[in-house]
Ligand binder design. Structure first.
Ligand code: CUA
Length: 151
């Protein structure tokens, strides 16, 4: 009788142990380096979603804008998004640290090689929004700007 109790106890502690490992692995998998997704900066153009920069519709209320920053500018060169919809900006860099800062909004993202940064924003008014790089990134820094056309 004693043996059965000990066997049950053993199995229970084994299960507990396994579930702790599972939960830990899960947490680490989903939050590498503090919640940021990572990417190989040399393979940005071959890695989804950055192999296809631009605006993509996810559903009727949500759009995703994929942006690659590199010295002298952003890809794609023109960004168009609809007004009043949730826009998810996803950015990465192929070279050095840049920023993706939309003037007069709270979108002011660091664009770091090796990392994917994400920010949601909804434009309330149509118009042209200026995007600049706030992070000194070399000779191309002053040329780094683009506009977002909100229609
Ligand atoms: Cu890119 Cu400054």
């Amino acid at each position: 009788k004693f043996e059965k109790i000990w066997l049950g106890f053993g199995i229970l502690s084994l299960l507990l142990f396994l579930s702790i490992i599972g939960v830990t692995a899960f947490a680490f998998n989903h939050q590498p380096s503090g919640g940021l997704e990572t990417i190989d900066p040399e393979k940005v153009h071959e890695t989804a979603p950055f192999d296809n920069p631009g605006t993509h519709k996810i559903n009727d209320d949500t759009y995703e804008v994929i942006i690659v920053a590199k010295a002298f500018g952003y890809e794609p060169p023109e960004i168009k998004v609809p007004v009043g919809k949730k826009i998810i900006f996803k950015v990465t860099s192929t070279d050095v640290t840049h920023s993706f800062s939309i003037i007069n909004t709270n979108v002011n993202m660091m664009v770091v090689p090796g990392q994917i940064n994400t920010k949601e924003y909804t434009f309330d008014k149509p118009g042209e929004y200026l995007v600049i790089c706030n992070e000194y990134c070399g000779t191309g820094h002053h040329f780094m700007k683009t506009t977002i056309e909100v229609i």
